[in-house]
Write a protein that binds this ligand. Structure first.
Ligand SMILES: NC(=O)C1=CN([C@@H]2O[C@H](COP(=O)(O)OP(=O)(O)OC[C@H]3O[C@@H](n4cnc5c(N)ncnc54)[C@H](OP(=O)(O)O)[C@@H]3O)[C@@H](O)[C@H]2O)C=CC1
Ligand SMILES: O=C([O-])CC(=O)C(=O)O
Length: 275
């Protein structure tokens, strides 16, 4: 990877670039950042902090065409479901690998199939990092042995659920104990909680699919971390994985782990040994 595109200049983009700045053996050739019109200032600030350590040349774009003109070999999305819908097919169709962290967007069957088709046509790959959750490797392996049960539970402090449908179900400010406000499928969770249930989609795609992966979402005033639990019963192993993710200082909905998982994917592309 010598030329990189990055979509988004928010909290996760910050984590990704900081990790690349620390982890790259040498700056790559070019980093191009795509932001919505009017958001150029946040991209300038991001590049001022980390740009020189990441790439010899940097550019900021507000349209995909001019970003693609910089010839990125891989584009990392750190922006949201809308960005995957708006840009995913064109990036893949023009032969660039796309690393998508807004995995929940793929709960939309039509979008997932159109991205797969664009990847096939462009000879590119759609890559889905594990994000804020763990155990995706063992879950995807266990799938081959047959899965009997997969459940994901996402537990976050009340403030992480502001601006989501949880607000209409609960008085978030008045909670005194952990409260389950959603139980259902991974597909529904990914659609209704686009900034909080991307991990449910990653678990579903690696494992039993959107309909058979059960999800529980909890607002919990007793925790300060974003707690993810995946429980699996399968033909080769039964396991529970629990992570307590530190929230991004920029966005309490997002665990820092997610940005590091994008950075890991990108750093693997410049290393002779990928792990
Ligand atoms: N897989 C996982 O484990 C996780 C995935 N996520 C996903 O990552 C996304 C980013 O998280 P985070 O950085 O914390 O969120 P932030 O809200 O901090 O940052 C997202 C940034 O992307 C910008 N943006 C939105 N749409 C576009 C677009 N079409 N093109 C370019 N930029 C765009 C936003 O601009 P504006 O504010 O103007 O909209 C904002 O600056 C989340 O929305 C979620 O979908 C998050 C956590 C975990
Ligand atoms: O970062 C997290 O803790 C999980 C998250 O927001 C998501 O899956 O969208």
């Amino acid at each position: 990877m010598r030329r990189l595109g990055l979509i988004g200049a928010g909290g996760m983009a910050e984590t990704v670039l900081a990790a690349l700045a620390a982890g790259l053996p040498a700056p790559i050739e070019h980093l191009a950042v795509l932001v919505p019109p009017g958001m150029e200032e946040s991209a300038h600030a991001l590049l001022a902090r980390h740009g020189a350590a990441v790439a010899a040349e940097r550019s900021i774009h507000t349209d995909l065409t001019s970003l693609l003109d910089t010839e990125p070999q891989v584009v990392a999305e750190c922006a949201g479901h809308g960005a995957v819908r708006a840009h995913g097919a064109e990036i893949l169709g023009t032969g660039r690998d796309l690393v998508v962290i807004s995995v929940g967007s793929l709960a939309d069957d039509a979008l997932r199939e159109s991205l797969a088709e664009a990847a096939r046509m462009g000879g590119a790959r759609l890559v889905l990092p594990a994000g804020a959750v763990g155990g995706i490797d063992v879950l995807a392996a266990a799938r081959l042995s047959g899965l009997d049960e997969v459940t994901y539970s996402g537990r976050k402090p009340p403030r992480a659920w502001r601006g989501t449908p949880a607000e209409t179900l609960l008085d978030l400010d008045a909670l005194t104990e952990p409260t389950v406000f959603y139980e259902g499928t991974a597909g529904e969770a990914a659609r209704d909680y686009p900034q909080n249930a991307n991990v449910a989609a990653a678990v579903a795609l690696a494992g039993a699919g959107f309909a058979r992966t059960r999800v529980r979402l909890v607002a919990d005033p007793t925790v300060t971390r974003n707690v993810h639990e995946v429980t699996v019963r399968s033909g080769c192993a039964d396991f529970t994985i629990r992570l307590e993710g530190r929230p991004s200082p920029a966005n309490p909905k997002t665990s820092l782990t997610a940005g590091y998982s994008v950075a890991r994917e990108l750093l693997n592309r410049v290393s002779p040994i990928a792990i």
